[in-house]
Write a protein of this length. Structure first.
Lengths: 137, 156
């Protein structure tokens, strides 16, 4: 397989975020096309069900549309299938989230099953949505 | 009159990547594009390279591009509407297994037609696309998947 050294050098500029964005756009279009094929539904029928022009649906299926969550929800309702699946956290729920602008806050964990006795979550208010789970001594 | 040849840059199982090279130029048009922008617009070059890699995996399909050129030609633009980028790269999506990458630049106007530099790159590719079409007509054995390497044309 022939490779070009300058292209190889430029491939190093592909960050994980860029890679994910490109993968997602193609995967969403592929998923919709697969469901349509599975249901034997034409683009025209899908457009009618979505109350959209066929040209717009065609753009979606080319993977050239930046979908909003509302549009994805509507597609899922019309096709009666999931387009995206979200991985939910297996961590127990936290009973209190500090609104203080401190970088690191200790949070007590609600653990009804006592699976994690004496455990706390470190909530980093600067990096929202990311918290680590550690055993508290 | 400018002489231009088609040069194979990379070869994969599903896709062959070509570019065009003007006579007396050291590098192809796509290499000139990468060299010019890789340091200043590294994120944008990363986006374009990621999309090219997707094309390598998937095949040269419309979904990866934004339309450019005219309806009758095979000239397209990268990246497509999903990725936000300041750069535009022009190419010929010749067949599901062949892409010819051209040159591009910064998007400064709403459409490429309003920018003489970008419009120039599109016009070069439109002419190359037309010349390949004529070559196909002349040569009956010339099929879509034939190797285009070393084909040379004279452009206006």
């Amino acid at each position: 397989m022939k490779k070009n050294s300058l292209m190889e050098e430029c491939r190093k500029l592909i960050t994980p975020e860029i890679q994910r964005s490109v993968d997602l756009s193609v995967d969403i279009a592929d998923r919709i096309m697969d469901i349509l094929a599975e249901k034997g539904m034409t683009q025209r029928e899908f457009a009618k069900a979505m109350n959209k022009k066929e040209s717009e649906i065609s753009k979606w299926l080319q993977g050239t549309h930046n979908f909003t969550t509302a549009t994805i929800a509507k597609i899922e309702m019309v096709l009666n299938k999931n387009i995206l699946s979200i991985t939910k956290s297996s961590l127990p729920k936290v009973d209190y989230v500090s609104t203080k602008p401190t970088a690191l806050v200790l949070l007590k964990v609600v653990d009804s099953q006592k699976k994690y006795p004496d455990s706390f979550v470190y909530y980093d208010s600067k990096i929202k949505n990311k918290y680590s789970y550690e055993k508290y001594n | 009159m400018k002489k231009v040849s088609i040069v194979l840059l990379e070869e994969y199982e599903k896709v062959l990547i070509y570019s065009i090279k003007f006579e007396h130029n050291e590098h192809t048009e796509f290499e000139n594009f990468l060299s010019k922008y890789k340091d200043i617009y590294s994120k944008d070059i990363g986006i374009i390279m990621a999309r090219i890699d997707k094309i390598i995996q998937d095949g040269v399909f419309d979904r990866h591009f934004r339309y450019a050129g005219k309806y009758k030609d095979k000239v397209f633009e990268l990246p497509n509407n999903i990725e936000t980028s300041k750069l535009r790269l022009y190419c010929i999506a010749y067949s599901p297994s062949i892409i010819i990458l051209g040159n591009g630049g910064l998007k400064k106007s709403r459409t490429y037609n309003d920018d003489s530099e970008l419009n120039g790159y599109v016009e070069i590719l439109q002419e190359v696309d037309k010349k390949i079409g004529l070559e196909k007509k002349k040569n009956n054995s010339f099929k879509d998947d034939d190797i285009l390497e070393d084909l040379t044309f004279t452009l206006k």
